[in-house]
Design a protein around this ligand. Structure first.
Ligand code: URA
Length: 404
């Protein structure tokens, strides 16, 4: 194993047999966490060839079972590469399934400063994310949208490695992100896949070149497995929407499904239109008309309620922390920037994310932005409110805001 780590440290290509020995060795606990951490860091520094990427996607998929969803007809899955305030799955799942396109979704937990859909939806009391595969398929048949957390059955290697990357500074690697996401998508079995590549300060992907590279890799992987993959590259310099944190984001998702306009709504309409276009094999323009209709006539919101009820969630018990503190504007002007990375890190420190693998998150913690990018603000007005339950371990400042 040390030889293989050394080979990657020198930037050399590993053969399929070597990758299998190392990664299946980790699955069987023969390779230790510290050895895998060293390998992941070498990969972060040197990257991987396309051949290594394809081999690792095969290996990740082969570490568990793959679902056969062909009995459901066309299915469209969606994934975001990770951002701050990104609650789009909770909005587009109900919209797209209201348009008659089935959306099977397996999601993860928060990673670094980025939030995870499973942490968000689990802030609804009693919501069950641990569906069996039978329950998952049954719900897709009857409701059209089902959301489960990563099980030990599908791509267990990704589950182990994802948790290790989170705490070893090895998240931000283009090939590792592509392998992690695409192996899960292929194993889950949807026939069509939309990837929202988040680009900017609050994203895992920081440059346009990296975004184009991950888009290329993901489409190539899709081709190999005969799946239609579309990618979008969308901005993550600023937090998405006004809320960051788990319960807060569920509330904002519901407001958006009820028709609240703004950049979050615009992005969800764009993503949902691409998904419906793939699922129904129609133009994006035609798909957009259907998407806007189900938002306007209330079908999409009703679909959200059915989906939550089907998974046991008690929306009537959703609460927010009543310990809050506002942060005030030091001057009058226009908010021209809110740094998504700073806000993401602040939300983690408030309790909405994890600092260590074994940490639990506080569903009640988070941030409500009152003056978003483009807003006029008067000195002394509240810029944002922090929600928390534990004593504050971090200073609340207006550091992330640029006002001119
Ligand atoms: N989302 C994933 O599922 N995997 C990554 O590596 C990054 C974001």
């Amino acid at each position: 194993m040390i030889e293989l780590i050394n080979k990657k440290r020198l930037g050399l290509e590993l053969t399929r047999g070597e990758l299998e020995a190392f990664f299946f060795g980790y699955l069987n606990q023969e390779v230790k966490d510290y050895q895998m951490s060293a390998m992941l860091m070498a990969i972060c520094i040197h990257g991987l060839s396309d051949k290594e990427v394809f081999n690792l996607v095969d290996i990740f998929i082969a570490s568990g079972i793959s679902l056969d969803l062909s009995s459901l007809g066309t299915t469209v899955d969606k994934h975001s590469t990770g951002g701050v305030g990104d609650k789009t799955t909770l909005i587009v799942g109900p919209i797209v399934s209201s348009c008659g396109v089935k959306v099977p979704k397996m999601s993860g937990r928060g990673l670094g400063h980025t939030g995870g859909t499973i942490d968000k939806i689990e802030s609804i009391p009693s919501f069950n994310t641990h569906l069996t595969i039978e329950e998952f398929i049954d719900q897709l048949e009857h409701i059209g949208f089902a959301l489960m957390s990563q099980t030990d059955e599908l791509t267990p290697l990704d589950k182990m490695i994802y948790a290790l990357r989170d705490v070893t500074g090895t998240v931000e690697s283009i090939p590792l992100i592509a392998i992690s996401i695409m192996s899960k998508k292929i194993a889950l079995g949807a026939s069509h896949i939309l990837i929202d590549i988040k680009l900017g300060k609050g994203a895992l992907i920081k440059t346009k070149e990296e975004a184009l590279e991950i888009s290329r890799l993901m489409m190539e992987i899709g081709k190999k497995y005969h799946r239609e993959v579309r990618t979008m590259i969308t901005n993550m310099d600023h937090p998405l929407g006004d809320m960051i944190g788990n319960t807060l984001e569920v509330l904002e998702a519901m407001e958006t499904l009820k028709g609240r306009p703004g950049p979050l709504m615009d992005l969800c309409v764009e993503i949902a239109s691409e998904m419906v276009s793939m699922g129904k094999n129609i133009s994006v323009e035609e798909a957009k008309k259907r998407v806007l209709t189900v938002i306007e006539n209330g079908d999409a919101f009703q679909q959200f309620l059915w989906f939550v009820e089907a998974q046991g969630g008690r929306l009537d018990e959703l609460t927010l922390s009543d310990t809050t503190r506002g942060v005030y504007a030091a001057k009058t002007g226009i908010v021209i920037d809110i740094d998504a990375l700073k806000m993401g890190n602040l939300s983690v420190h408030l309790g909405a994310g994890r600092l260590r693998k074994e940490d639990s998150i506080d569903p009640l913690a988070g941030i409500m932005i009152h003056k978003n990018v483009g807003s006029y603000v008067k000195k002394g007005e509240v810029l944002y409110t922090a929600y928390y339950t534990e004593p504050l371990k971090v200073e609340l400042t207006d550091d992330a805001f640029t006002i001119i």
